[in-house]
Design a protein around this ligand. Sequence first.
Ligand code: PLP
Length: 375
Amino acid sequence: MIRYFDNNATTQMESDLAELMASLCTEEYANPNSMHTFGVKQSRMLEEARARVASCLSCNSSEIFFTSCATETINWILRSTVFFRGKKKKIVTTSIEHKAVLNTLKDLKAILDIDYVEISPESNGIVEAEKLLREVDDETFLVSVMAVNNVTGAIQPFEEIGRELVGLDLLYHVDAVQTIGKIPFTPESSFCDYASFSSHKFHGPKGVGIAFVKRGSPIKPMLTGGNQERGLRSGTQNVPGVLVTSIAMQRALDCMEKASGITKDFQNRISRAVVELGGYINTPECSICNTVNASFGGIRSEVLVNALSEEGVFVGTSSACSSRNDGGQYVLDSMGISPSIASGSIRISMSRFTTEEDVEDLIEKLKKTIPLLKF
Ligand code: PLP
């Protein structure tokens, strides 16, 4: 029996959607850009998917573009903004962004005459909006902020920041990858020019990313070629993946309220058990309900992850010591958590498919494993 608690890394597809995708691949395989009626049918499906995603995000279909993952979307958006910066040189971001943002900015800095400022979070993992806004000046051409941190689950003040940026001569990107099905998100209420999403984080397939580009906000194509996606992202579109993504997104939003209530209860129960076992909780109160980032002093996270794996319980790690890590320890370091605690942190992340039995088994296995590993 698999007890899966690594849903911030990726999620399971529902079997009917996996079957739908397989049947689209074998039966509806024409190129959506072909002239014949078989291709036109695919093109209609693509636009149906775009309209569904746009309706989920309360925006216009023309503002939605499909890519291969959020990393591609983020690269596209951040790299595009530098072409519209005029003489400005500064980007403001946070030190807890996903590496898709931080490494792209690092690369841009290495190849171009730009600089960026990373604002650190407070000890609870939340960046203070005021602190970030104080760094925004006449030199700033881009602000990039994540809505929800993938390592701790902390909700960032992305709406407040967006509201304060309105009217300023700069561009605003929100990495909204961890929002879908967890907290309400619309580009309008975050006042952003751009937002990024990844289908496999909300029970869609891997290989599909989404870019929101506000009408009128500047964007340059990153992939040039056959002029698909209105000339902005060339390459034959993944119609099966995109169609299933749109349905998965719709379901995630439809189930959000109920699922959040259930995972909130699970989150509380897991947190209580962690504390009873002498662990620390690195996830703040203001977080998505599905995540508990916990540290157990004296136990290295990879050792704990392996021990739990042996018991059929799969959790994530934010430690940087393992070669198969998601590299999240820098987030805990940024919060000022001591390295000895941060190196023993695990990330427990649930989904709407997490059951009562899963949670009971996780707690039981933690109770069994932690005392053994401490000595
Ligand atoms: N941004 C955040 C907040 C994430 O959690 C992730 C994935 O973990 C990404 C971006 C990158 O998504 P992908 O790996 O699907 O490109």
